[in-house]
Write a protein that binds this ligand. Structure first.
Ligand code: OGA
Ligand code: MN
Length: 291
């Protein structure tokens, strides 16, 4: 029988973000995976400092926490894998040489967002690890959409629970790339747009705001009123008290709960060597409206 010691946690702000102090081997073994998952959902973002994981180890940790997404994989009709895609580790960089398919979507990361809002079931979580840092800037911020909802007056909560927002790739990217070409805009427009409830009633019973720069308009609302509501909610949800800002060191691992937090990259130089490696865990529940 092996003896396990529980890991230690330190809250980084009252509403969001905890540092997890855990031995590398214990993290990799998955023996505390259930507790780490629970903490992730409770705290929105977790940080493990100085673990220095390889890509393979990042995949291993990811698989202990959920269902690892393999991006860009192509399969034949019989299910046979034709091309391996990213092997589960996506390289996040502005440098097209590092990741030609992804770099052109990257500027949207500078704005507050949830990942994959154009999917029916957005990703559950992301594991994020710096490979090379920018010279300046490049912190990552996280905002709790649970805390932002829970602090609203009950009447406002009730009103929001009856609303839905349409999320589009154009809304996610245009504010960050106003100089885009018509061709770029056309590529964004080719992505499906997706209507989601504005308030997510999670299976756990908790509720969060479903907010992201990708939220283009509120269904059935006058455009000006819709614009104002989305702006007001974004301002509310990203107040400092709901956020945690992580200053990176090589060797860190951060994990965010994409279902209960927004995130954004802080500015860094356009020709930066900044490169992160990320694993995405597939979503496990669709965004359900409150009953
Ligand atoms: C992402 C993202 C933020 C960052 O990879 O989805 O938003 O700090 N990254 O690079
Ligand atoms: Mn993102």
């Amino acid at each position: 029988m092996s003896v396990t010691t529980a890991f230690e946690t330190i809250d980084l702000t009252p509403h969001i973000g905890s540092e997890v102090r855990i031995e590398r081997d214990q993290l990799l073994s998955g023996e505390h995976a259930a507790a780490i998952r629970a903490l992730l959902v409770q705290r929105g973002a977790l940080v493990v400092r100085g673990v220095h994981l390889s890509d393979e180890e990042l995949r291993t940790v990811s698989r202990t926490l959920g269902n690892l997404r393999i991006g860009g994989q192509k399969r034949a009709s019989d299910g046979k894998v034709l091309s391996e895609g990213d092997g589960g580790v996506l390289k996040v960089s502005l440098d097209p040489e590092v990741n030609p398919d992804y770099a052109r979507f990257l500027p949207g990361n500078f704005l507050w967002h949830m990942d994959g809002t154009y999917e029916e079931v957005p990703p559950f979580a992301t594991l994020f690890m710096p490979f090379r840092l920018s010279r300046e800037g490049g912190d990552t911020m996280f905002a709790s959409t649970y805390a932002a909802f829970e602090d609203l007056p009950p009447a406002e909560q009730k009103r929001l629970e009856g609303l839905r927002a349409v999320h589009t790739m154009q809304a996610a990217l245009f504010p960050a790339m106003r100089q885009c070409t018509p061709e770029e805009f056309a590529v964004w427009s080719s992505y499906p747009q997706r209507s989601h409830p504005l308030v997510w009633q999670h299976k756990s019973g908790r509720k969060s705001l479903v907010l992201s720069t990708s939220a283009a308009w509120i269904e059935g609302m006058h455009p000006a009123e819709s614009h104002n509501l989305l702006q007001d909610l974004m301002r509310h949800a990203t107040q400092e008290k709901y956020t945690y800002r992580h200053q990176w060191h090589v060797g860190d691992l951060a994990i965010w709960d994409n279902t209960g937090a927004m995130h954004r990259a802080m500015p860094y130089e356009a020709n930066s060597v900044r490169e992160f490696h990320r694993c995405t865990l597939n979503g496990e529940e669709p965004i359900s409206a409150a009953a």
